[in-house]
Write a protein that binds this ligand. Structure first.
Ligand code: UFG
Length: 330
């Protein structure tokens, strides 16, 4: 029996496929390659180019392959774009998940691990954030992810499907082999943007706001290594295989770093001065997002291996240095 990874050519999906194959699992990947890369797919995974909104294609895959459980990353994930083009997010994220769940129910596949986000919380009431805290998304991306969680809950009640939703905080870093890593177009995330400076692709990094109520005035985030996120998906699938109940888990390191601290870490790692320029706040950025991941540790047995920001940025730097154009050429 194989694990089906939808969106397995994307950033977190491709790292999860590498971890699954390293753990000796049989893996089938499906991806429409709109934002993912064929080169990011592990050579030992069987690959299908398909869009999860295409019911006939999803049905054909589930009929052809013997699938035991699904890990679902196939979604649009840019906060800014979700605000300017919300219907794209409803169509791709909610429409795609509707079709996927319909096909899973029709084929008797009852386990799904799902890529959710800290954006489901919106502006936090307190840090660290617990899974039981209020969910009030402040952007359409988070809204659709929260709706996807609820869709799985109602489908589970009606059809016996069980799900685990993993709410990631700030995913970052790259596979230690530097064979795969982060590659977005356009890139909006802090660490890859910082590393474009020592890579000669950017003059300086813009710091979005230094008047937040934090220790140095810049935003605080919880940076978690992508391979640690990947491990959590395997543990979540094993939990569902052991008849675990549907549930939601935060995934973060539980430690917050300011934007200035991340830039300082990147200076140490790369040996480059990395000039920074103070800019106005970016719309919709909460001052602080830090996870309590105690529940994932307790229930899933998850233990992040990368707890030093320096190590995390070091893996990202190895990837970006060796792949300055991502998967587009070395
Ligand atoms: N930042 C800068 N300069 C930049 C880019 C980012 O100062 O050029 C700052 C942002 O303002 C923020 C921090 O760096 O304070 C991190 O920004 P990212 O864009 O890397 O990540 P976000 O915290 O905005 O996004 C993360 C996830 C999203 C999720 C969101 C929830 O990547 O998927 O948290 O708010 F939706």
């Amino acid at each position: 029996m194989a694990i089906l990874v939808l969106g397995g050519a994307g950033y977190i999906g491709s790292h999860t496929v590498y971890e699954l194959i390293d753990a000796g699992r049989e893996v089938v990947v499906a991806d429409n390659l709109l934002t993912g890369f064929r080169a990011a797919v592990h050579p030992k995974a069987r690959f299908y180019k398909l869009d999860i909104r295409d019911r006939a294609a999803v049905d054909a895959l589930l009929e052809r392959e013997k699938i035991d459980g699904v890990i679902h990353f196939a979604a649009s994930s840019q906060v800014g774009e979700s605000m300017s083009d919300p219907l794209k997010y409803y169509d791709n994220n909610l429409g795609g998940t509707t079709v996927l769940l319909q096909s899973m129910v029709a084929h008797g596949i009852d386990k799904i691990v799902f890529s959710s986000t800290a954006a489901t919380y919106g502006e936090p009431e307190r840090v660290p954030i617990m899974e039981s805290d209020k969910t009030a998304p402040t952007n359409c991306y988070g809204e659709t992810k929260l709706a996807m969680e609820k869709m799985m809950g109602w489908t589970g009640r009606a059809h016996g499907l069980r799900y685990v939703a993993l709410r990631y905080f700030n995913a970052c870093g790259a596979h230690p082999s530097a064979v795969i890593g982060e590659a977005h177009d356009p890139e909006t995330h802090l660490i890859p943007l910082i590393l474009q400076v020592p890579n000669g692709q950017r003059e300086q990094i813009s710091v979005f706001g230094d008047d937040y109520p934090t220790r140095d005035g810049t935003c605080v985030r919880d940076y978690i290594h992508v391979c640690d996120l990947a491990q959590a998906h395997i543990l979540a699938l094993d939990y569902l295989t052991r008849d675990g109940e549907s549930d939601v888990f935060n995934l973060g390191n539980g430690v917050g770093y300011t934007v200035n601290e991340v830039i300082e870490t990147a200076r140490r790692v790369t040996g480059h001065a990395i000039p920074a320029k103070m800019c106005p706040r970016r719309d919709g950025d909460p001052a602080q997002l830090v996870a309590s991941s105690d529940k994932a540790k307790r229930v899933l047995g998850w233990k992040p291996r990368y707890d030093s920001l320096e190590d995390i940025v070091g893996t990202a730097w190895s990837w970006h240095k060796s792949h300055p154009h991502g998967f587009g050429g070395e």
